[in-house]
Ligand binder design. Structure first.
Ligand code: SAH
Ligand code: SF4
Length: 336
């Protein structure tokens, strides 16, 4: 009964409360199918059949942070660290433009080697005639730096809040504070960026209630994009022996997020595709409308191991893009 009434509320565009969201996240069997069907319908009504492609370049795997879940954490001395130099990064990004992408995402660990001035030069060079949107995913910086990037032409910023559970956040991100990360998102929004947040589903110690709060937080932050991915344990981290996040629950989080934020850009994340062979298709069928192919140059691709066996790590940019286009076309959807 409660699932039904929560679904009905979502269908009629009414606000969902935490309880409603928890009922929806608990759906299984036929209820789950109905939930995915409604999310797909909402996606179609609000975003159409277009799948937006955003090319990611992971330009540095050096990180000063020590997040328990991440293979790039500074305490992991098994990582062979790399940094792309300024000209190399510009060249790779221009290459992404030439393959036909309208958006490039520049991602890295939190690496202070890249000064605000240096990254601003890269952004300016990449923007060129303005035919490409630049998204940054480089972690927490001070307001002055975020402003310099914006002035240089950056359009969007991805900074996942990871978990809305303050205590869990602090524990897994080794003393960092959720409220500081949220403050960064607010600053970015104020500076005129389109902002993206997101969470990790299945973190050890995470509750269903806190996942429901994650979804309400996406709504409160008025995000344009939400990256939702399962936790995938990395063997060289303190969480290496923990269970991975559930694919089903991740898809349900995606579907409910579509109901709560009908117009948001929701990627079928690489983490979902890593967990299941047909992960992109599954996610595109329950609310997703974006794919972010990894276009990092081959010589670095295998070294950016946030989690192991990342989908697409073995394929060079043009081939991976073609593979993803084939998936989109086979589903009767269109790539932008
Ligand atoms: N350093 C930046 C960007 C790179 S990390 C930052 O932290 O914002 C990009 C994303 O990888 C993080 O937001 C986190 O959600 C995800 N991630 C890290 N380790 C993961 C793991 N073991 N399983 C799933 N996602 C992970
Ligand atoms: Fe660094 Fe981001 Fe990994 Fe945390 S999640 S260790 S900030 S790369």
């Amino acid at each position: 009964m409660s699932f039904k009434s929560a679904l009905m509320k979502a269908k009629q565009g009414e606000e969902l409360c935490k309880k409603d969201i928890m009922y929806l996240l608990s759906a299984d069997g036929r209820e789950q199918k109905t939930l995915f069907g409604l999310a797909d319908e909402m996606r179609y009504k609000n975003c159409g059949d277009v799948v937006h492609l955003r090319g990611i370049i992971e330009f540095s795997n050096c990180c000063r942070r020590d997040c328990y879940y991440c293979g790039l954490r500074c305490s992991n001395d098994k990582v062979e660290r790399y940094r792309m130099e300024e000209d190399e990064l510009i060249e790779a990004t221009v290459g992404v433009k030439e393959i036909g992408f309208y958006t490039v995402v520049l991602q890295s660990g939190e690496d202070s080697y890249y000064s605000a001035e240096m990254l601003s030069r890269v952004i300016k060079a990449v923007k060129g005639d303005g035919s490409i949107a630049v998204t940054l995913s480089i972690g927490e910086r001070i307001e002055k730096e975020y402003r310099l990037f914006k002035d240089a032409g950056a359009d969007r910023f991805l900074l996942k809040h990871e978990t809305s559970d303050e205590k869990l956040f602090k524990r897994l991100r080794r003393g960092m504070e959720l409220k500081e990360r949220l403050e960064c998102l607010k600053i970015l929004k104020r500076l005129g960026y389109e902002i993206g947040s997101g969470n990790i589903v299945g973190l050890p110690g995470q509750t269903l209630e806190s996942i429901a709060e994650d979804i309400l937080l996406f709504q409160k932050l008025e995000v344009d994009m939400v990256g939702i991915g399962p936790f995938i344990p990395h063997p060289d981290t303190p969480l290496g022996c923990c269970a991975r996040g559930s694919l089903e629950l991740t898809l349900k989080v995606l579907a409910v997020t579509r109901l709560v934020l009908p117009k948001a850009n929701l990627p079928a994340t690489t983490a979902i595709a890593t967990l299941h062979q047909s992960g992109y298709e599954l996610a595109l069928n329950c609310g997703a409308n974006v794919i972010m192919p990894n276009l990092t140059p081959m010589k670095f691709k295998n070294k950016y191991q946030i989690y192991p066996n990342k989908k697409g790590s073995d394929l060079e940019a043009a081939k991976l893009t073609q593979k993803i286009l084939d998936i989109i076309n086979s589903m009767g959807r269109k790539a932008s």
